[in-house]
Ligand binder design. Sequence first.
Ligand SMILES: NC(=O)c1ccc[n+]([C@@H]2O[C@H](COP(=O)([O-])OP(=O)(O)OC[C@H]3O[C@@H](n4cnc5c(N)ncnc54)[C@H](OP(=O)(O)O)[C@@H]3O)[C@@H](O)[C@H]2O)c1
Length: 252
Amino acid sequence: MTAVELSGKVALITGASRGIGYGVAEALIARGDRVCITGRNEDALKEAVEALGADRAMYVAGKAHDESHQATVVERTMETFGRIDYLVNNAGTNPVFGPIADLDLNVARKVFETNVVSALGFAQRTWHAWQKDNGGAIVNIASVAGLAPSPFIGAYGVSKAALINLTVQLAHEFAPKVRVNAIAPAVVKTKFAQALYEGREAEAAAGYPLGRLGVPSDIGGAAAFLTSEQSDWVTGQTLVVDGGIFLNAGVA
Ligand SMILES: NC(=O)c1ccc[n+]([C@@H]2O[C@H](COP(=O)([O-])OP(=O)(O)OC[C@H]3O[C@@H](n4cnc5c(N)ncnc54)[C@H](OP(=O)(O)O)[C@@H]3O)[C@@H](O)[C@H]2O)c1
């Protein structure tokens, strides 16, 4: 197969060895971008880079909240590709299930550290390394859980609401150079969400007006739009990509 002509643009996508992040990487590579992907498991990253094409993709292994990892990712991407036009803050965690009344506060801190503070760290570093002088776009992968009560995953919902507000703060501060938007998916079929639909997918999908659960390419398409010229006048927004599930809120 002939490779798509290079666009000249480069994206840094956190948490992208599988799932939504990988779907975003595929979508951006399909239009000619090069990508740096991150994750904790190096073998999974190697496999992902091989599948994406080693001439278009690179990886750096590490934990999203680790500041030295953040610094290394940005440095290595700049060394390899010479620029970082787009940052997609996708790495996220949701380690507990239960009432927020009994939540261990150390777990709450960990959720914030990974889902919110890491995104800020990557945004700061990408801004200083490239975007403040050259422009670009940031996309934060939030969740519908950040827009409404999310029973039994409350801390996760609160952290995604904070990520949505971080999107607004950064959009204001980084304008006009850099546009910053978020995507709020409902259930997308990945390892992360497996427990919500495994063995009962038809039942889980029945509540969705569009009749199915999401797949990573649904979010890849939205991220490609928010990092393209087609969205040049869009900043500070949260694009809900949810198969219409929020429409149910209007049904008595
Ligand atoms: N799936 C859904 O239904 C859904 C809905 C709304 C929002 N989201 C959000 O979408 C994002 C991606 O979720 P997903 O469903 O694609 O999950 P996934 O399939 O489990 O993939 C997560 C990816 O992130 C990496 N990762 C996980 N924790 C990390 C950490 N602390 N530091 C660096 N990398 C890390 C994983 O690799 P390693 O395990 O090797 O680190 C993997 O590559 C998350 O922010 C999630 O909150 C998901």
